[in-house]
Design a protein around this ligand. Structure first.
Ligand SMILES: [Mn+2]
Length: 309
């Protein structure tokens, strides 16, 4: 039986508004574990992560909000991800804001380097999260995980040690972009990452954009971490997020991506981030995220019981 490990990450310190702390509870309430069990996975819920105590963080970054707290989560999650990557089970990190990827992505990149396999990352998000402390207009650290994982300079000692390995931007694909800050845009364009905005999706479709990336992962025997931000999806159908940007992926586009990922059998780890249940409409967004995760693990939309909203 195929294995999945659930890990709750009740953090909200990286986001600009409060509420993501309730995300893991909302996924459990919406039945994530039960849906995956129905798809015949053996699902182990490890409960919620506790952040590591941090007393040694450098203080020269006063505009970075909740820096010691975010560093505590980063250290704990990096260690968890590094350990979970060595098990024959797919970890799902139930966030929590997107700053959790400071730890999960870097932990999986480090584990991949140990194995001598390339680590790829698919970033489904309205934002590119490629800010450094120097380019960030807000100081909110949920806008920085990719720049940190790629080893861009200017970060404080979030891990309490140097990054064991950095993410190669050429193994990074971003899909759904429609809000990128000026400074991070220049960094992203210089990085060589595959960055596709909503116009590219409109003009070419998600399948044409995603297929070459999945082919590259398969061709090189790569590991694939997927990071799904609620704001990737059109806010009309996914309102429970603090950073809504109109014009997101449709229900069908999001499900198609999940089905393609399932068909590829390439997924090795998953973040579900930025769900803010305080902003939800009767659990609608939590249930949509659970439905998308079920698609990613093998449920077909056409098999799905159709209910009215
Ligand atoms: Mn994000």
């Amino acid at each position: 039986m195929k294995q999945i490990t659930l890990l709750g990450v009740p953090m909200e310190e990286g986001a600009g508004r409060r509420g993501c702390v309730m995300g893991p509870a909302a996924y459990r309430t919406a039945g994530l574990r039960e849906e995956l069990c129905a798809l015949e996975y053996d699902v182990d819920d490890l409960g919620d992560v506790t952040p590591s105590p941090v007393t040694d963080i450098a203080t020269g970054h006063t505009h970075l909000k909740y820096l010691p707290d975010v560093a505590g989560w980063t250290r704990a999650l990096h260690a968890h991800a590094h350990t979970l990557a060595q098990k024959d089970s797919i970890p799902i990190y139930m966030g929590g804001d997107h700053a959790l990827s400071l730890g999960t992505v870097t932990g999986h990149v480090a584990a991949a380097a140990d194995l001598g396999r390339p680590q790829y990352v698919l970033w489904l998000d309205a934002h590119s999260d490629f800010n450094t402390p120097q380019t960030s207009p807000s100081g909110n650290m949920h806008g920085m995980p990719l720049a940190f994982a790629c080893g861009l300079p200017g970060f404080p000692d979030l891990l309490g040690k140097p990054l064991p390995a950095t993410l190669d931007p050429k193994k990074l694909c971003l899909l759904g972009l429609r809000s990128v800050d000026g400074g991070e845009r220049a960094l992203l364009q210089a990085s060589g990452a595959r960055a596709h905005d909503m116009r590219a999706i409109d003009e070419r479709g998600v399948a044409a954009l995603l297929s070459p990336f999945l082919d590259a992962v398969a061709r090189t025997n790569g590991l694939l971490h997927v990071s799904l931000d609620v704001d990737f999806i059109e806010p009309d159908i996914a309102p429970a997020v603090g950073t809504t940007v109109p014009g997101g992926a449709t229900f069908r586009e999001a499900h198609l991506i999940m089905e393609m990922l399932h068909d590829s059998s390439l997924l090795t780890s998953l973040d579900l981030v930025e769900l803010n249940p305080f902003l939800d409409d009767r659990g609608r967004t939590a249930r949509l995220m659970v439905d998308l995760t079920a698609s990613l693990f093998g449920r077909r939309v056409l098999d799905r019981f159709t209910s009215s909203y």
